[in-house]
Design a protein around this ligand. Structure first.
Ligand code: SF4
Length: 252
């Protein structure tokens, strides 16, 4: 099945457990103010590939990714191309490869459910947990995210939350405790990852002649992440401080 992707990373270490191949899908309906991948927004950007070709490529790395790792589909928003994701995951499951879906949860629910059938782990980017903030900072509806998470709950798919910590916006104790409390509604939630806000994407925005909405906001320091982690105690909490988090490697 054909689809459009933005990039392929062969040996990723920050998008799910273990060493993973990461497929960055093209197209996203949101416009998060801190987006580090604006090149993925346009549905017709990136380049065309097909699932058969991708699986052939991924199998070259099988000895590396099969020891506790696997394949993650990220984006952009993977659920903009659900048929492609489902087909890729179905093929990978047939090869015994672990599958993770890194998504905001925004998309056609019926189609998303067919992807979940072949998904071992959902990495859900819970950016904000109120309708007002989600609309203001991402241009979408948090109710859609909640509806997607209900599907995850119904299928009992392992779940991680990911949350970008932005100074002055999402870095308060109240914010993190509310996220933690929200997570308690999902029995399969295993982990909350706190991702420090960075600005390495500024050059991309300059290249596209666009203004980065948070250009004047300071980056999030590692100490803040450590402090916020102490507010959540009964889940495995991970604060990613690896600056390579946002470095995609394209090997088309
Ligand atoms: S969902 Fe991801 S790719 Fe889409 S705008 Fe938000 S941060 Fe960017």
């Amino acid at each position: 099945m054909k689809g459009r992707i933005s990039a392929f990373q062969s040996m990723g270490a920050v998008d799910g457990p273990g060493v993973r191949c990461v497929v960055f899908m093209q197209g996203c309906p949101l416009r998060c103010v801190y987006c580090h991948n604006p090149e993925t927004w346009e549905r017709n950007g990136g380049f065309e590939t097909d699932t058969e070709e991708l699986v052939r490529k991924i199998l070259r790395y099988k000895s590396f990714i099969s020891r506790g790792g696997g394949v993650t589909i990220s984006g952009g928003e993977p659920l903009m191309q659900p048929e492609f994701c489902r087909d890729l995951f179905q093929r990978l499951k047939a090869e015994g490869i672990h599958t993770a879906l890194d998504t905001s949860g925004i998309g056609d629910l019926q189609a998303a459910d067919t992807v979940l059938e072949y998904t071992d782990l959902v990495l859900c980017d819970v950016k904000f947990h109120t309708e007002r903030a989600y609309k203001e900072y991402c241009g979408g509806s948090f109710r859609q995210v909640e509806a997607f998470l209900e599907l995850v709950k119904r299928r009992n798919v392992a779940l991680w939350f990911r949350h970008v910590v932005v100074p002055g916006i999402t870095d308060s104790k109240e914010e993190i405790q509310a996220l933690h409390a929200f997570g308690k509604g999902y029995p399969s939630l295993e982990r909350i990852e706190l991702l420090p806000f960075q600005k390495m994407c500024m050059t991309k925005y300059e290249k596209f002649d666009m203004e980065f909405p948070l250009k004047d906001v300071p980056v999030c320091d590692p100490e803040t992440i450590e402090t916020l982690k102490t507010y959540m105690s009964d889940l495995e909490i991970t604060g990613l401080t690896n600056r390579k988090r946002y470095d995609k490697i394209s090997s088309r």
